[in-house]
Design a protein around this ligand. Sequence first.
Ligand code: IMP
Length: 417
Amino acid sequence: MSGIVVLGLQWGDEGKGKVSYILSRDADYVVRFQGGANAGHTVVLDDGRELRFNMLPAGSAAGAVPCIASGTVVDLDELEEEVNLLRSIGVYRNLLISKCANIVLPIHKSLDRALEEARGKRSVGTTGRGIGPAYSDKALRIGLRVEDVLDPEALSSRLEVLRSIHKVYGDVEGYILQKSSILRESVCDLELILNDVIDGGGKIVFEGAQGTLLDIDHGTYPYVTSSNTTIGAVSTSCGVSLRKISEIVGVMKAYTTRVGEGVFPTELKDQIGERLREVGGEYGTTTGRPRRVGWLDIPLLRYAVKINDVDWIALTKIDVLSGLDKIKICVEYEVEGSRIVLAPPRVSLLEKAKPVLIEVDGWTKLSRDEWRKISEKGVDALPENAIRYIEIVEELLGKPIKLISCGAEAGLVVWRT
Ligand code: IMP
């Protein structure tokens, strides 16, 4: 039995795409189980080709069958583009989409923008991909599901309701029909297929999007996305019991980033932050927005590790820290005279939190070639202070760091056993 979950422990952009790609190399299926085209997962192949995925799981670039489960909201434009991308690199295997997945319509994108404008100073800083409105329609039970698109009667009755509520005009029906051929080829009872694959001894990677702190229940509400990004979502979205999950992998960056608005206790607004942003290429894959950057935040990570019951950690972008004389880590918060070592991401608490930082020695800047040699030689070739940094983080979180990513290309990784 092999169901492996890859999920983010911070505010997204942890490098889940690369980790999922690596773990999907020997997987049969790889599944997106929440979110929509707000995600931006990048895979850089060893020949330098960069593949970007917003809707399909990045692991599908490794040749696993791409799946989209019911808890996602499907952007048909992105879907078409990414299927073509997989075809162009010769790894496309027939996509499977749950008949229950909801569809993002052009009206949802317009509403997303209008809602952000209406919030003014309190806008969330969404990706503008129509995510919130699409999930709201689902909760209101007026959403359009994949199965409706394939049944002309259901489609016109659904659209009638949608129109009467959103006052949508324009040729929505035409848009849906134009995009429906991919759905026709892919629609299925995904939950039954996934259960059979695991029961039959196959391997499935469940690829999370966004991160724990953007979870609609467990994140920094209201500055969150509109889906559950944490472990339970795998089960509700895919119809696969958590008993069938054999491994939960938490992905975290060696520092912290956040896109959009909301509290960020360890944010750096100085030259070091600027440097990390530039060296780390911290600009949104989906929107191109500069990401906010800060030191590692252990109290929030402890929370993420706990609620997802992570088995092991993949630590990414360790290379971005090279060349810094000293590196800081927030190990606890001081809040109104008390020390907090594990913090639930509540905005009211985090706004008052003063990070307590420890300082560790950095290591010299290394070129891409030097990182490549390190990844060929293995963990002992890492700079001594980088190993120390990894061990400190491991100790603070109480979980093993088994995979270290030290560059964008898929081959730039070091495994620790
Ligand atoms: P939405 O998901 O587009 O509604 O955006 C809600 C919040 O989640 C905003 O702060 C976005 O910047 C953030 N967000 C959504 N998707 C991602 C992602 O893939 N990476 C990082 N932040 C994201």
